[in-house]
Structure formats: C-alpha cells, structure tokens
Design a binder for this molecule. Sequence first.
Ligand code: HEC
Ligand code: HEC
Ligand code: HEC
Ligand code: HEC
Ligand code: HEC
Ligand code: HEC
Ligand code: HEC
Ligand code: HEC
Ligand code: HEC
Length: 431
Amino acid sequence: MRSQTFLRNSLRHSAALRALLRAILFFVLLIVGSPSPSVAQQESCVTCHQALEGRLAAPVKGMDADVHAKRGLSCSSCHGGDPKRIGMDAMDPRAGYLGTPKPSEVPAFCGRCHSDPAYMRRYNPRIRTDQVAEYRTSVHGQRLVRGDTKVATCTSCHGVHPVRAVSDPRSPVYATNIPTTCGRCHADPAYMKGYGIPTDQLAKYKRSIHGEALLQRGNRLAPACNGCHGNHGAVPPGVESVANVCSVCHSATRDLFVKSPHKVAFDRMGLPECSTCHGNHEVARPTDEMIGTGPEAFCTRCHEPGSKGLAAAQAMRASLEALKSRLAEAETLVAKAANAGVEMSDARLTLQEAQTRLIQARNVIHSFNPKQVEAVTTEGLKFAEKGVAAGKAGLAEVQFRRRGLSIALVILVGTAILLFLKAREIERQKM
Ligand code: HEC
Ligand code: HEC
Ligand code: HEC
Ligand code: HEC
Ligand code: HEC
Ligand code: HEC
Ligand code: HEC
Ligand code: HEC
Ligand code: HEC
C-alpha cells in the first residue's frame, strides 16, 4: 500500500524530479567541465548537449557525418551563442544565440552563409550561392512566404544533424535517393490532401524509362525528379517552363521537332512539345507501334482516318518496317553463313551500318515528314541489301565447298576401289 502511494506520488512528481536531476547534471558538468582545458576548448554546446537526452542530444551524434563539422563549423556557427561560456548562458540571445528556427525561418537561417559569396568562397571558390534566391522562385518557396509550412524547406530535402555533402551516397539528395525524398510528401495522399494535385508521380516515375535507367541500371545521366524540376528553383537553368524541359537533354530530337508542323500547331494549342505524346512522369520505352494507325499509335489520338496526318504516319511506319524486315533477312543469312564457318566480319559491319540508320530513322520521325524518314531508311536499305548479298554469297560458298567435298570423296572412293581390284588381280596372278 505505502509503496504504491510512493510510486504514484513519484510518478506525479517525475517531471519535477527529472528537472531536478538535469539541474544537478548541469552543476556537475559545470564543475567537471571547467578545470579541464581540453574540454573547455571544445564547444560548451557539444559538451553539455551530449550529456542531455533525446532531441537535445541527437544533434551531437548526427554531427559525425555533417559536411559543416568536416569544415570545422559547429553548433554555434548555425545556432549562434557563445560556445566559450560553460553554463546555460552560452545560449544567451545577447551573445547572438538564435535558437531553433521555425520552418518559415529556415531558408534565411541557412542563407546567412549560403547566400554570402564572400564567405562561401573562403571554403569553396566554385560553390553556388543562389540556392535561397532560386528557392524563393519555386512553388515551395512562394507558398512558404504565404505561411504554408507543409512545403519543403532546406532541411526537408537535405536533412539536418547531419547535413551531408550532396555527393555522399547517403545524402537524401544523392541522385538515386531523390525520388524517395520528394515522394515522402508527394506520394503521401494524406499529407497532400487539400492541395488537389496528383500523388502518383513517384509510382509513375519508377515505371518510366528514366526511373528504370537511374534506379535499376545506374545511368546517372537519366533525370531524377530534380533533373526536370530543378534543384531549388521552379525550373532547371535554360528552360522557360518545366513543360518543355525534355529538350535540355534530348536536343537533337528537339531540333527536328521545332521544324515540324507540330511545333506551330502545338504552340497555338498551348500543348507541351514532347510530353503531349510521351507523357512526363511515365515516359515509356518507345516502340514502332507508337507510330502509324494501330491501337497503340499516338497519331490516331488527334488525326482522323483519311487525313494527311495519318497518311504520313502510315508512310513513315512503312519505311521503318521495310528496313526492319530486309535487315532481319540479311541478319539470318549472315548468321547461317557464319555458323557454317565462312568469314563474315565485313558483312557484320555492313549490318551495323543498316542498324544505325534504323535507329536514326526512329529519331527522324520527329520531323513528321515521311520524305525525311524515307531518305534515311533508303540509305539503310542499301546496307541491308549489301548484307543480304554477302549472306547469299557466303551460303553459296558453303554450297560450293560442300560440292567440292563430294567430288573429292567420289574420286577418293573410286581410287580406293580401283586399288582394291588391282590388288586382288595381282593376288590371283600369284596363285
Ligand atoms: C550547460 C548546458 C548547455 C550548454 C552549454 C548549451 N546548451 Fe543548448 N540547451 C540546453 C538545454 C537544457 C536545452 C533545453 C532547454 C531549453 O529549451 O532551454 C537546450 C536547448 C538548445 C536548443 C533547442 C532550443 C529549442 O527550444 O528547441 C538549441 C538549438 C541549443 N540548445 C543550442 C545550443 C548551442 C548552439 C550552444 C552553444 C553556444 C548550447 N546550446 C549550449 C543545455 C545547454
Ligand atoms: C547546418 C546548421 C546547423 C548546425 C551545424 C547545427 N544545427 Fe541544430 N538545428 C538546425 C536547424 C535548421 C534546426 C531546425 C530543425 C529543422 O528545421 O528540422 C535545428 C534544430 C536543433 C535543435 C532542436 C531539435 C528538435 O528536435 O527540436 C537542437 C536541440 C539543436 N538543433 C542543437 C544543435 C546542436 C547541439 C548542434 C551541434 C552539435 C547543432 N544543433 C548543429 C541547424 C543546425
Ligand atoms: C526540394 C528539395 C530541396 C530543397 C527545398 C533545397 N534543396 Fe538544396 N539541393 C537539392 C538538390 C536535389 C541538390 C543537388 C544535388 C545534386 O547536385 O545532385 C541540392 C544542392 C544543394 C547544395 C549544393 C550546391 C548546389 O547548389 O548544387 C547546397 C549548398 C544546397 N542545396 C543548399 C540548400 C539551401 C540553403 C536550401 C534552402 C534555401 C536548399 N538547398 C533547399 C534539393 C533541395
Ligand atoms: C555558418 C555558415 C553556414 C550555415 C549557417 C549553413 N551552412 Fe551549409 N555549408 C557551409 C559551408 C562553409 C559549407 C562547405 C562548402 C564546401 O566546402 O563546399 C557548407 C556545405 C553545405 C552543403 C554541402 C554542399 C555540397 O557541395 O555538397 C549543404 C547541402 C549545405 N551546406 C546545406 C546547408 C543547409 C540546409 C543549411 C541550413 C540548415 C546550411 N547549410 C547552413 C556553411 C554554412
Ligand atoms: C516536406 C514535404 C515536401 C517535400 C520533401 C517536397 N515537396 Fe514539393 N511540394 C510540397 C507541397 C506541400 C507542395 C504544395 C502543393 C501545391 O502546389 O499546391 C509542393 C509543391 C511542389 C510542386 C508544384 C506543384 C504544382 O504544380 O502545384 C512541385 C513541382 C514539387 N513540389 C516538386 C518537388 C520535388 C521535385 C521535390 C524533391 C526534390 C519535392 N517537391 C519535395 C511538399 C513537399
Ligand atoms: C522527365 C521529366 C520529369 C521527371 C523526371 C519528373 N517530373 Fe514532375 N513534372 C514534369 C512535367 C513536364 C510536369 C508538368 C508541368 C507543367 O505542365 O507545367 C510535372 C509535374 C509535376 C507535379 C505537379 C502535379 C502533376 O502531377 O502534374 C509534381 C508535384 C511533380 N511533377 C513532382 C515530381 C516528382 C516528385 C518527381 C520524382 C518522383 C517528378 N516530378 C519527376 C516532368 C518531370
Ligand atoms: C536530365 C536529362 C533528361 C531529361 C530532362 C529528359 N531525359 Fe529522356 N532520357 C535521358 C537519358 C539519359 C535517357 C536514356 C536512359 C537509358 O535508357 O539509359 C533518356 C531516355 C528517354 C527515352 C527513351 C529513349 C530510347 O531510345 O529508349 C524517351 C522517349 C525520353 N527519354 C523522353 C523524354 C521526355 C519526353 C522528357 C521530358 C518530359 C525527357 N525525356 C527528359 C535524359 C533526359
Ligand atoms: C495532340 C494531337 C496530335 C497528335 C498526337 C499527333 N498530331 Fe500530327 N498534327 C496535329 C495538329 C494539330 C496538326 C496541324 C495540322 C492539323 O490541324 O491537322 C498536325 C499536323 C501533322 C502533320 C502535317 C499534316 C498537314 O496537314 O500539314 C503530319 C504529317 C502529322 N501531324 C503527323 C503526325 C504523326 C505521324 C503522329 C503520330 C506519331 C501525329 N501527327 C500525332 C496534332 C497531333
Ligand atoms: C506526335 C508525337 C510525338 C511527339 C510530339 C514527340 N515524339 Fe518522341 N517519339 C514518338 C514516337 C511515335 C516514337 C517511336 C519511334 C519508334 O520507335 O519507331 C518516339 C520516339 C522517341 C525517342 C526514342 C527514339 C529516338 O528518337 O532516339 C525519343 C528519345 C523521343 N521520342 C524524344 C522526344 C522528344 C525529346 C520530344 C520533344 C522534342 C518528342 N519525342 C516529341 C512520337 C512523338
């Protein structure tokens, strides 16, 4: 009974007890801390906070991997205060202590250094100092100013305690981690409720050719979310709108597109250049079925049967199919001849030329001009024909060798029989 009451009472007073214990701890730290010069040299912020618990101690552990700590910066570089003072008055606002920034204050908090070129260049002459300025142009930055604290600030994307170098594979903004970092909010329907925008970008991206290339094949040239949306600003450098961002990397395709009839038509209709056909988050691996008049063709989405557009679609597809089937035929013949032991490496080089033209033709369809496509496939066909001829010649050589072999065999067997008969005749004469 008595012990129970004691327990209940101590539970009731546990908050007060904890505070008391903490006060004793500070006192001990104060006494133990001051005489030792090695501890005094270390920031008091670190010494004291590492002896605390929970959210007050976690930052110290985190700093092991922090890019700032590696440059000799510490708690007080960001939070201010006087790290030479031992007690709680290290955190005196009169000593420049800033406390913990609210989300709306974070950009300016980081920007104190990151927007100061003179300061930053002391550490790294090439580092950019436009992150805050760019961030202010993004939807995140603009909504933050208007009081929306659910948007991403610097620490939502970079973390804090530690902030890792962007080249650190464990950084949340390391290329292969970015989709999950953005997806933490954008793929969470509960979090994004009320904004009225889709939350399927991450799922779609993972299925796309870009997602597959980056996340499964490790092709770092393929864009993560920031490859199209920019790191900090509304758009990456050199693009006026995310809608037309594809041209940053696919410039050869865009050069064809801008001279095509679609450029003027899409501009007039306010349609984006590439994603009108390919989509944005779920760009699929292109196939020849996407051009023409079949069920998977893009062209039938807008062009009526019998229109000039569909006639062109059919003509371009026909050019591709003609080259493909002749190339396939040549490949079969050349492979057969090579299997039979004929030297076919020259023919293989010729077939590679035809293959290159096929790839080129699939790009040139973006001129949406059947003549331009045909010019490329015709060149390809010439190589394919050469391949067919070489394959046939190879197989003829095989035939010739086989015929030669049979004749030689007949002669050999004939000679053997003659010799045998002759031997028998000699035997018989002896008897
Ligand atoms: C003697 C121990 C001690 C020293 C030295 C100390 N702190 Fe603290 N700090 C605390 C305690 C205890 C708290 C939590 C109580 C509070 O909020 O006031 C705290 C809270 C904080 C917070 C969180 C404030 C919040 O409200 O979320 C920050 C940031 C911080 N300290 C930074 C620093 C920095 C920077 C220094 C060095 C200049 C420093 N501290 C030195 C004990 C210390
Ligand atoms: C690069 C700047 C930077 C450095 C260096 C830094 N902090 Fe912080 N700290 C922040 C920011 C920003 C926040 C606000 C939290 C957020 O935005 O997620 C914060 C929050 C905190 C909090 C409140 C945590 C909470 O969960 O409420 C404490 C305590 C703290 N820091 C202590 C420290 C200590 C101790 C050190 C040194 C070991 C340190 N910080 C180093 C930027 C920094
Ligand atoms: C929406 C996510 C996001 C937000 C918000 C964000 N960053 Fe970044 N940050 C990135 C990405 C992504 C990179 C580039 C990583 C790379 O180069 O591969 C980056 C790179 C950086 C770099 C390295 C230099 C550079 O510019 O490439 C610094 C410094 C930086 N950010 C600071 C900040 C600061 C300060 C803020 C707040 C104003 C901030 N970031 C807000 C995602 C973000
Ligand atoms: C006291 C000044 C200062 C403050 C405040 C500060 N930083 Fe830094 N930051 C630096 C310095 C210096 C570097 C190292 C630059 C270098 O050597 O490339 C750095 C590096 C970085 C890097 C790594 C860049 C890279 O190229 O990998 C990131 C990311 C970063 N800081 C983000 C932040 C964020 C987010 C905040 C706010 C929470 C912040 N910083 C606050 C000074 C500061
Ligand atoms: C902390 C949560 C959070 C993180 C992390 C985050 N965002 Fe956002 N983002 C938001 C919120 C909230 C909005 C506001 C929604 C709106 O525009 O109505 C937003 C808006 C956007 C918009 C504008 C949408 C529109 O057209 O209205 C884009 C684009 C965007 N984010 C891209 C990104 C990318 C790319 C990343 C990662 C590099 C990222 N976000 C990381 C929360 C986040
Ligand atoms: C290949 C380029 C590309 C990649 C990669 C990409 N986006 Fe987008 N994103 C776009 C385009 C284009 C739009 C449409 C912009 C417009 O119409 O102005 C868009 C729109 C958005 C929007 C606005 C809402 C919507 O769905 O239309 C959000 C939010 C967004 N993207 C987030 C992301 C996130 C998160 C990732 C990574 C998982 C990502 N994006 C990857 C190109 C891309
Ligand atoms: C940051 C550069 C970058 C941006 C921006 C970009 N892409 Fe890509 N894209 C690539 C790379 C790299 C590949 C090759 C990936 C692989 O297969 O390894 C690729 C592949 C493709 C493919 C498949 C090509 C093939 O032959 O299989 C298509 C189609 C495509 N992108 C369309 C788009 C569209 C549409 C956009 C805009 C919404 C876009 N890309 C934006 C870099 C980019
Ligand atoms: C988003 C709708 C849309 C899609 C999808 C589309 N087109 Fe078009 N196309 C147009 C518009 C609009 C014009 C302008 C002339 C018109 O109004 O017919 C046009 C014009 C053309 C022209 C010039 C014809 C003329 O009348 O001068 C050709 C050729 C063409 N498209 C081929 C294609 C092919 C091939 C595809 C499939 C790969 C395709 N288009 C897909 C909308 C589209
Ligand atoms: C009118 C529809 C349409 C538009 C608009 C369009 N494409 Fe395509 N694209 C296609 C079709 C159809 C294919 C498939 C060709 C094949 O494989 O036979 C394709 C294939 C591709 C390929 C793979 C083949 C190659 O070119 O190497 C890339 C990359 C590509 N498109 C990028 C783009 C870019 C970038 C833009 C914008 C400048 C764009 N596309 C605009 C219909 C379109």
